[in-house]
Design a protein around this ligand. Sequence first.
Ligand SMILES: NC(=O)c1ccc[n+]([C@@H]2O[C@H](COP(=O)([O-])OP(=O)(O)OC[C@H]3O[C@@H](n4cnc5c(N)ncnc54)[C@H](OP(=O)(O)O)[C@@H]3O)[C@@H](O)[C@H]2O)c1
Length: 322
Amino acid sequence: MQTRKLGNSELYLTTIGLGTWAMGGGDWKFGWGPQDDMASVKAIHAALDQGINWIDTAAIYGHGHSEEVVGRTIKGIRNEVIIATKCGRVWEGDSREIGKSLRADSIRREVEASLKRLAIEVIDLYQIHWPEPDEEIEEGWDTMAQLVKEGKVRYVGVSNFSLDQLKRAQAIHSITSLQPPYSMLRREIEEEIMAYCGSSQIGIIAYSPMQAGLLTGKFTKERATSLPDSDWRSRHPFFIEPQLSVNLQAIGQLKEIADNKGITLSQLSLAWVLRNKEVTAAIVGARSPGQIEETAKAGELSLTKAEIGAIEEILAWRINNL
Ligand SMILES: NC(=O)c1ccc[n+]([C@@H]2O[C@H](COP(=O)([O-])OP(=O)(O)OC[C@H]3O[C@@H](n4cnc5c(N)ncnc54)[C@H](OP(=O)(O)O)[C@@H]3O)[C@@H](O)[C@H]2O)c1
């Protein structure tokens, strides 16, 4: 699979990375419903077998569970995979409440806990998960820079930052990567952030590139309305009316483009995200080996101008009908 250099770093990421949020399971505030750990382990192996060379996780996913599953699975093959994780979302004991802290002492506690759960000596890419609380960004980012000097982490990045927040962090220490939401249904970064990252050598690693499964073409109204309460998507506006019907109608039209090209809608959605040179890679979630075997193939695809134009028309129709 092709690789792209991540921002100012020496990391070469495959254009498809494996996202492991759903592997955190359903037993926490932003869970994805029940998830079988064996299926997660197999999905990670399948991703690596497909040539994917990096995995994104976060401490908060399943309150440490996703990191533990990743750590267990990469034991013995650690040097073959680039590990990205995140800090800034904290919890205490069995509480479902999620705290927000970018204080130095909190990040220092978090990095040690993540290293332990992942069972590795150094984290390749350590990211601030959310820019919250806003007034702690400078302290948090300065701490991240110190962790690089101390050899706990190799490179540092941010996630969900606005343009202004990116500039504030960049003034302290150079940002290797930004992890923003980006898909056919969420295009906010195209306004300003994408160009800023391109000109500042900040690699973009796009999250939810299939809009949490909606853009796989395998979602129906019946499935969306019967998601369990333990799946956060059951509460998200994209998956409930009035947006759901409009989204599904647009998705039906997008699927025709994919069908005509002889690819799946998931693959079309990922190729669309990767058409931007500023995007280093798409972080693609999977819960089973079959899912990532399908989506990994998008790393080799490209779209024609005519296909991009046809997609644009459908997306404009969607916006006008929301
Ligand atoms: N930094 C942040 O704040 C942030 C936020 C969100 C995500 N992320 C990262 O980005 C990663 C990817 O985002 P995401 O997981 O939200 O969404 P995504 O990659 O757009 O969608 C992943 C979901 O789509 C479904 N799916 C995947 N492959 C499929 C296939 N071939 N056929 C049918 N369904 C398929 C699976 O869920 P079902 O089978 O249940 O439908 C899977 O969990 C996350 O895992 C995480 O690492 C970061």
